[in-house]
Design a protein around this ligand. Structure first.
Ligand code: AHR
Length: 325
């Protein structure tokens, strides 16, 4: 049976079951679904939360989720996808560590009629039909929200900014950078003076920040923009060790909204964060279940919001999130 015939049959079965009054995500009579999830690793608090929440969402929907930790390596992700195809899983979730080099392996999944859903990062491909949908934020908007906040916070004083980028080669790093740069371009007094990857980790964020402080001098940094909160937590540590008062002497803005950055904001050590929703697995599962039920493809992008959080709500947000993540 080719793919179109199979989908039509699945849709007909879905309609038949719906007309028999069946509810819930899994049509009655259908075996429990198995989804393979190729996860990047556990470089940040956000990533760990995404994995944990995907697991919970799968359990709540009666889906078996097989998670493979690629330890930041694309070749491990490609291997995992091939294994999932060989096992005949019902769908594959992929959080792609980098944006290019996926076409061959995704074609193998497509040839095996296994839908692929991208989580939190995009890929570059000339064949968008290789994936069913993607769940992610508008990463340029995240950067823009961060940049707009900074421009408003500094006013007219000269503001040299240092930037901690995430993993090189991922779409969201380029987008977070571009969005931020476009926002600060409106304020000629705000300029990026140093930029380097901190690989989305606390340890590397701290190390790179130490380098920035040495290179430009502790009193010549007005603000830090970090592509995630974990790198900012590392940078805050570096600033304290250099005798600075982060949150006061140096403004901070980062992305993710993990509990630890709220703790830092409540303590006066950080100023702003832009939320990236970690509950992406639930959205992907709901899209997959609806697709299997109706045969109708979801929109190509299921977009999550990018909300700015400031110290005024930090203590409450920390209390609300600390056990959720
Ligand atoms: O792809 C999402 C990013 O990856 C998060 O912002 C970062 O913390 C993570 O490691």
């Amino acid at each position: 049976m080719n793919r179109r015939v199979k989908l039509a049959a699945a849709a007909a079965l879905g309609l038949m079951l719906a007309s028999c009054g069946e509810g819930g995500g899994k049509p009655a009579g259908e075996a429990a679904l198995t989804v393979g999830f190729s996860q990047i690793g556990s470089e940040s608090g956000w990533r760990t939360a995404e994995t944990r929440m995907a697991q919970k969402a799968a359990e709540a929907r009666g889906v078996t989720l097989k998670i493979d930790d690629a330890q930041q390596r694309q070749e491990n992700q490609i291997k995992a996808i091939r294994n999932f195809v060989a096992q005949g899983v019902d769908a594959i979730f992929l959080a792609p560590v980098v944006s290019t080099g996926w076409d061959d392996v995704l074609r193998e999944a497509k040839d095996a009629d296994i839908p692929v859903i991208l989580l939190d990062r995009q890929i570059q491909t000339r064949e968008p039909e290789l994936f069913l949908t993607s769940v992610s934020a508008d990463n340029a908007k995240e950067g823009a929200v961060a940049g707009d906040w900074l421009v408003g916070a500094v006013g007219t004083k000269a503001c040299p900014v240092v930037e901690l980028q995430g993993t090189v080669g991922s779409t969201l790093v380029a987008d977070r950078k571009r969005g931020f740069e476009q926002a600060i371009a409106k304020a000629p007094n705000v300029k990026i003076v140093r930029t380097q990857s901190g690989e989305f980790t606390r340890a590397k964020g701290k190390e790179v920040m130490e380098g920035f402080i040495k290179a430009v001098g502790p009193r010549n940094i007005c603000a830090v923009y970090a592509h995630n909160d974990d790198m900012m937590i590392g940078a805050i540590q570096a600033m304290k060790e250099a005798g600075l008062d982060p949150g006061q002497d140096v403004l901070t803005v980062s992305i993710d909204a993990v509990p630890d950055i709220f703790k830092a904001m409540a303590d006066g050590d950080a100023n702003a964060t832009v939320e990236l929703d970690p509950d992406m697995g639930a959205k992907a599962l709901d899209a997959l279940l609806a697709y299997r039920k109706t045969g109708q493809a979801p929109p190509k992008l299921i977009q999550t919001p990018s909300t700015l959080f400031l110290p005024d709500t930090a203590a409450a947000e920390y209390a609300r999130r600390k056990d959720l993540y």
